[in-house]
Design a protein around this ligand. Structure first.
Ligand SMILES: Cc1cc2nc3c(=O)[nH]c(=O)nc-3n(C[C@H](O)[C@H](O)[C@H](O)COP(=O)(O)OP(=O)(O)OC[C@H]3O[C@@H](n4cnc5c(N)ncnc54)[C@H](O)[C@@H]3O)c2cc1C
Length: 237
């Protein structure tokens, strides 16, 4: 089957944390996706717009939401990063292709641990909102790692979900030496092991920077002893 292309209008571009942009696009009625999937943006080179390359971006909105929501962490010298900063504007029409990906919530009765750093929160927003809206009863813990408090975004929405759903728990993890928060600080790896009751019935989903994803995946498999089929990872290479 041929994967369709879509020409979509940008409706929002906002810097929500240092080097982190929230982007919204109109969603065509024909674009159907599952929470956890991504689209490929056709990204022109700022210095030569005829030179186009694809870049992957996880869909952060749920299939039921009206817009397509994305979050992008800028990388210095990166093609997509430069294009978002310098060229993309509200009203720009962008070509995207998809959806792609198998980073989907497994249908079982396991407890779920989500581990995300930075923009890696994107697929989890879609999955958590979608499943809670559909009456999810599994216990879910979201570990959201950032360096400092100013790097946080979307946490208020997750805090509000936590207040409304007693099976959903948010853990903000600050890795910066001077994180400027009261209470304990540390990387996700420090807190996550405390929330595994039974390795056979716990699923771990990890998303974000490739080094963090590799590290937590290794910890899940080798140190914590989770079965291979319970560990699911998406590295933002
Ligand atoms: C399935 C999937 C989903 C993703 N979803 C998201 C998402 O939701 N949000 C998000 O922010 N990212 C996401 N990513 C990552 C994203 O696709 C890009 O890889 C990332 O944004 C960097 O793209 P870029 O074009 O800015 O950088 P690139 O141009 O790809 O460059 C990456 C880095 O390499 C350096 N570099 C480039 N060329 C050279 C060179 N010749 N020599 C040395 N260094 C070089 C750049 O300076 C930059 O730091 C996802 C990736 C995957 C695989």
């Amino acid at each position: 089957m041929v994967t369709p292309f879509y020409s979509l209008t940008c409706t929002k571009k906002e810097l929500i944390a240092p080097n982190v942009y929230e982007l919204r696009f109109e969603k065509p009625a024909t674009l159907l996706f599952k929470p956890g999937q991504f689209l490929l943006f056709n990204v022109p080179l700022v210095a030569n717009p005829a030179d186009i390359q694809p870049r992957a971006c996880s869909i952060a909105s749920t299939p039921d939401e009206q817009d397509l929501l994305f979050v992008v962490k800028l990388k210095q010298g990166g093609r997509m990063s430069e294009w978002i900063e310098k060229s993309l504007a509200v009203g720009s029409i962008i070509t995207m292709k998809g959806p792609f990906g198998l980073f989907l919530l497994r249908p079982n009765d396991h407890d779920i641990l989500f581990a995300a750093t930075g923009a890696g929160i994107a697929p989890f927003r879609s999955q958590i909102l979608h499943s809670l809206n559909a009456g999810e009863t599994r216990t879910m813990h979201l570990f959201f790692g950032v360096r400092n408090i100013e790097d946080l975004f979307w946490h208020k929405e997750f805090e509000s979900l936590q207040e409304r759903h007693n099976n959903f728990h948010l853990h903000l993890c600050f890795s910066g030496e001077h994180a400027n928060v009261s209470g304990e600080t540390g990387r996700i790896q420090k807190f996550l092991p405390n929330f595994i009751k039974n390795t056979e019935t716990t699923d771990l989903y990890v998303c974000g920077a490739p080094e963090m994803v590799a590290d937590i995946k290794k910890m899940g498999l080798e140190t914590l002893g989770l079965p291979k089929q319970n560990v699911h990872a998406e590295g933002y290479i």
